[in-house]
Design a protein around this ligand. Structure first.
Ligand code: DAH
Length: 355
């Protein structure tokens, strides 16, 4: 066969050299193996067989075969380079450079976190530090020390999540453990830590057996405040809370205090702020009243000070408690409290862009 004769093998390979420039990636690889493969490449085999040829033929065929090998090697490299650069050009051509960039989702603070931080910052400016306390509390901390009478309805099983922690503690005996129903027990913990003065704001979540509906949730946020020192009066309470309202809402915000009742304060009040949205003339946000209730407050009851070992003859103080979720709902016009819990990215994304 022609194949067996070195010269005719060279003649057969030569036309394949020109064809290399047309091969695709797969065919190129196959041709490299077929021609120059170490085990079974045709040219490799020919070069190996040179030794068996008679000397004069060996020289001529050897020179031609080496020349052809170099030519194939160069052609393979050239074709491979060309295929790589063709592929790169094709990818760029497929890109639509006029397409708008895809916006990355940038994480944002939850509106409630934002409101809590802002409120704490305002009080920080008045010398209040942040304090926190546990969410599982004893009945004494949550109710008893705060001067709740033993039969107060807030302690009812229907209103409060009692925890079964073993032992013989029973709801109503002061030792029972429950999910705190307000952040007020952290007032007690603060005062039991050391002597006055105290100026703290206490953000945290609290738990009540409430339904999950547009205006209630069984888990919600509160911010508690406590200031105790010598000579603190109701004037300090009013001045502090008015300053807060004007910082948080607007410089023209008005406040009003309505008498109220809490077992741990005396006297007690609810504070309303003039409606941010209508400026006090009445709108749907303030149900036509021009006012929005934002917090409960009062002068710390002497019994509470005494329960914490604070001399109620020497020290007086005020306390307040507010719901930052309701405040966030008012500020951002959020109609349903459940939106604050659902983690819906469309809502959070919109909130992330709000002030
Ligand atoms: N603890 C009260 C509640 O959860 C809120 C409150 C009212 C806290 C008056 C206070 C206060 O510190 O003085 O309803």
């Amino acid at each position: 066969m022609a194949e067996s004769h070195p010269q005719s093998l060279l003649d057969a390979l030569r036309p394949r050299l020109a064809a290399v420039a047309e091969l695709d990636a797969g065919a190129l690889e196959a041709e490299q193996i077929a021609v120059l493969g170490r085990k079974s490449g045709a040219l490799t085999a020919l070069l190996r067989s040179l030794a068996t040829l008679p000397p004069e033929e060996r020289r001529a065929v050897g020179a031609a075969a080496n020349e052809l090998r170099q030519a194939f090697e160069a052609a393979f490299v050239a074709r491979s380079d060309a295929l790589v650069s063709d592929a790169a050009t094709a990818t760029v051509a497929q890109r639509d450079l006029t397409m708008p960039g895809r916006r990355r989702w940038v994480g944002a603070e939850h509106p409630v976190t934002k409101v809590v931080d802002e409120i704490c910052e305002i009080f920080h400016g008045l010398g209040f530090n942040r304090a926190v306390g546990p969410e599982a509390e004893t009945e004494w901390m949550n109710f008893g020390a705060l001067n709740f009478p033993a039969d107060h309805p807030a302690m009812d099983m229907h209103d409060t999540f009692y925890l079964d922690v073993g032992g013989d503690a029973r709801p109503g005996d002061g030792k029972a453990v429950l999910l705190r129903t307000h952040t007020s027990p952290v007032q007690i913990r603060t005062m039991m830590e050391g002597p006055p003065p105290y100026r703290v704001v206490i953000p945290g979540v609290v738990y009540r057996k409430d339904p999950f509906d547009p205006s209630h949730a069984p888990v919600f946020a509160q911010i508690e405040g406590l200031a105790v020192d010598e000579g603190i009066s109701f004037v300090d309470l009013k001045g502090t809370l008015l300053h807060f309202a004007r910082q948080f809402f607007s410089t023209s915000t008005k406040v009003r205090f309505r008498p109220s009742f809490f077992p741990f304060t005396e006297p007690s009040a609810e504070m309303d702020v003039s409606c941010d949205l209508c400026g006090g003339s009445g709108c749907s946000a303030c149900k036509g009243t021009g006012w929005m209730e934002i917090l409960g407050c009062g002068m710390v009851h002497p019994k509470v000070l005494e329960n914490c070992g604070v001399d109620a003859e020497r020290y007086t103080g005020f306390a307040f408690g507010m719901g930052p979720q309701r405040i966030a709902m008012q500020r951002y016009g959020i109609p349903d409290i459940r939106l604050l819990y659902e983690g819906d990215m469309r809502f959070l994304d919109q909130m992330g862009r709000a002030r």
